[in-house]
Design a protein around this ligand. Structure first.
Ligand SMILES: *[C@@H]1O[C@H](CO)[C@@H](O)[C@H](O)[C@H]1NC(C)=O
Ligand SMILES: *[C@@H]1O[C@H](CO)[C@@H](O)[C@H](O)[C@H]1NC(C)=O
Length: 171
């Protein structure tokens, strides 16, 4: 009886934890004037929505944003070496982006869809050269670009250097 109750408590604890999971996303960040790739975990956890239409489901706040644009990149487009135009979320909806760095062999492959959200923060104010983005797929790549208000980075912790792996992107 005691053991059964203990197992019940463990399960309760596990499910409570699952509800409080954190969103991880790849960041194009900067160290000493060079762009880098990092896996970030946002400090605000998912919460339970109480909004009409999504009541009871997991929701992650992304903070105040400035505006939004929808971009369509042709098949095999080469975005070249550039700085992030503003500190912004980029949500790839379809296609494929390949991000590389001028002075490092770090790279990220970002497929459009469920795990397509990243944050680009290597603006000209902080990164000398920026990063290179190519879109190698045979179809168009589509994305939402959403600059963050005032360029304020969301509270986060760096999980590790390099892009987030699939293990960190379960939702
Ligand atoms: C969107 O916001 C960014 C960042 O504040 C700004 O640089 C850009 O000019 C804005 N774009 C438009 C169309 O307002
Ligand atoms: C974020 O990463 C942590 C550490 O690996 C993991 O426990 C958590 O489940 C991840 N979150 C999601 C939504 O995948």
């Amino acid at each position: 009886m005691t053991i059964v109750f203990f197992i019940y408590l463990l399960q309760l604890f596990a499910s409570t934890n699952a509800a409080l999971t954190f969103l991880n996303l790849t960041a194009i960040s900067t160290t000493n004037g060079e762009s880098t790739l990092e896996c970030w975990q946002l400090s605000d956890p998912f919460t339970v929505s109480n909004q009409a239409g999504t009541t009871g489901t997991a929701v992650q706040q992304l903070g105040n944003v400035a505006n939004a644009s929808y971009v369509v990149l042709p098949a095999r487009f080469d975005g070249g070496l550039h700085n992030a135009p503003a500190v912004q979320y980029v949500a790839f909806l379809s296609g494929l982006a390949h991000i590389t760095l001028p002075n490092s062999n770090q790279e990220a492959w970002v497929r459009g869809g469920r795990n397509g959200l990243l944050i680009a923060a290597d603006t000209a104010a902080v990164s000398k050269e920026g990063h290179i983005t190519e879109y190698p797929s045979n179809t168009e790549t589509t994305a939402l670009q959403i600059p963050i208000a005032e360029g304020t980075l969301p509270e986060h912790k760096v999980l590790y250097a390099g892009p987030c792996s699939r293990r960190e992107m379960k939702v």
